[in-house]
Design a protein around this ligand. Structure first.
Ligand code: TYM
Length: 343
C-alpha cells in the first residue's frame, strides 16, 4: 500500500522567521521524526514562487540552499527514505500542470484570494505580476501532483488549501475519474497536526499584522539567523498596551497575546498553562524577559545545528529526491494529459 503524503513548502525569499518555523516547518519535522515510517514526508522548496513579487535575483540561488539547510537544522531526518526534500523547479511537472489547471480556474476565484489582495495592494501597476495573481494554482499543483492529504501551513494559507480542494474536485467531476486526491479540509488539517497548526504569529512592532518576511522593517521580525542577543532586544522592544493586565485577548491585547503565544511555543508548554502562569501580573516586564530568554536560548541552539549541517549529504539527498519526485509527478501529469485529450 502506498503511504499517505504529508507535504509543505516554504519560500526562500529573505531569511526564514519564527512564524515560518512554528507555522509550517516544525509540524512537518515533528511528523517526520515521529511517524517517518508511516507517511511519505515531502518538504520542498517552492523556488518558482520566489519572484511572484520583485526580488534581488543575485541572492536567490544562495537563499534556496540556505533555506534547505534550515529545514535540516530544524531536525528533518534526511537519512529516512520516506522523507524527501526537493526544489520545485527541478520537477517540471509543476509548471506543466499549472498551465493546464489555469484553464479550469476562474479569474474571479483568484481575485478573491486575500493574499493576492494584500500583496498586490502594496505594489503599484505593472509590478503586480500575473505570477502573483496565479500563484494559488501553482501551489495547488505542488500538492495535487503527489496526492498529498496533509498540508501543514500557517493561517494565511487556509484559503489556498480550500482552492486546491475545489479545483481537484472540479477536475475529478468534469473528467469523471479520480485524477487527484483531495487534501483534507483546513479544520481536519488542524486536528491532524494538533494545537500549533493554523498559527498566525504577529509582527512585534505592529501586532495587528502577521510576521512576514517580505516586510521592509525587520524590527518586528525574529529571523532564525538573528544574533540571539539582537533577537532578545527585539522582544524587549515589542509593542504592548496600557491595559496593565495579562490576558489572552487577540482583539484587545494583540501584542501581549502574541508574546504569550511565542513563549508557549518556545517552551513547549500549552498556551493555557502560560496564560495561567502570567495572568496575575500587572507589569509586562517579567513576561517580556521570559520570552526574550526563551528566544535567545532557542536561536543559540538552532544556529549551532545550522552550522553543523553536512551540505554534501543535503546535496546528495536533493538529487535522489528530485529523481523520485519526477517519477511520481509525471505519473499524475500523464493521467491528466490523457483525461483532457492531450495524450
Ligand atoms: P511562505 O513561504 O510565505 O510561508 C511558509 C509557511 O510559513 C507560514 N507562515 C506563518 N505561520 C505562522 N505565523 C506567521 N506569521 C507566518 N508567516 C508565514 C505560511 O503559512 C506557510 O505555511 N505559498 C506558500 C508556500 C507554498 C506551499 C506550497 C505551502 C508553495 N507551495 C504547497 C504548502 C503547500 C508560501 O508562500 O508560504
Amino acid at each position: 500500500m502506498t503511504k499517505k503524503v504529508i507535504l509543505t513548502g516554504i519560500r526562500a525569499n529573505n531569511q526564514l522567521h519564527i512564524g515560518n518555523y512554528f507555522g509550517a516547518l516544525l509540524p512537518i519535522v515533528d511528523m517526520a521524526k515521529q511517524h517517518g515510517g508511516e507517511y511519505q514526508v515531502n518538504l520542498f522548496m517552492p523556488d518558482l514562487h520566489s519572484f511572484t513579487t520583485p526580488i534581488d535575483h543575485s541572492q536567490l540561488k544562495e537563499q534556496i540552499l540556505s533555506s534547505i539547510r534550515t529545514f535540516v537544522a530544524a531536525g528533518l531526518p534526511i537519512d529516512n527514505p520516506d522523507v524527501h526534500i526537493y526544489r520545485q523547479s527541478y520537477v517540471p511537472a509543476h509548471s506543466e500542470l499549472t498551465v493546464i489547471l489555469n484553464c479550469f480556474t476562474g479569474m474571479g476565484e483568484m481575485e478573491r484570494m486575500t493574499q493576492y489582495k494584500d500583496k498586490s495592494s502594496q505594489l503599484s501597476g505593472d509590478r503586480v505580476s500575473v505570477g502573483l495573481f496565479d500563484y494559488p494554482v501553482l501551489m495547488a499543483c505542488d500538492v495535487l501532483l503527489y496526492g498529498s492529504e496533509y498540508v501543514p501551513v500557517g493561517d494565511d494559507q487556509s484559503q489556498h488549501i480550500e482552492f486546491m480542494r475545489d479545483i481537484a474536485e472540479r477536475m475529478n467531476t468534469k473528467f469523471n475519474q479520480e485524477l487527484f486526491k483531495l487534501p483534507l479540509e483546513v479544520k481536519k488539517q488542524h486536528e491532524f497536526f494538533g494545537k500549533d497548526q493554523g498559527l498566525r504569529i504577529k509582527d512585534l512592532i505592529d501586532p495587528s499584522k502577521k510576521m512576514s518576511k517580505s516586510d521592509e522593517s525587520e524590527r518586528g521580525i525574529i529571523f532564525l539567523t538573528d544574533e540571539p542577543a539582537v533577537a532578545a532586544k527585539k522582544i524587549m522592544g515589542a509593542t504592548t498596551d496600557s491595559v496593565g493586565e495579562i490576558n489572552l485577548d487577540y482583539a484587545k491585547q494583540p501584542g501581549i497575546s502574541n508574546l504569550l503565544q511565542i513563549l508557549a511555543l518556545f517552551t513547549a508548554k500549552s498556551l493555557d498553562d502560560v496564560v495561567i502562569e502570567y495572568q496575575e501580573q500587572t507589569s509586562y516586564g517579567d513576561l517580556k524577559k521570559a520570552v526574550a530568554e526563551a528566544t535567545e536560548a532557542f536561536l543559540t541552539q538552532f544556529q549551532t545545528n545550522y552550522d553543523q549541517v553536512d551540505m554534501n549529504a543535503v546535496e546528495a539527498k536533493l538529487t535522489a529526491s528530485e529523481a523520485q519526485m519526477n517519477e511520481i509527478a509525471n505519473k499524475t501529469l500523464h493521467k491528466v494529459q490523457k483525461a483532457i485529450g492531450l495524450r
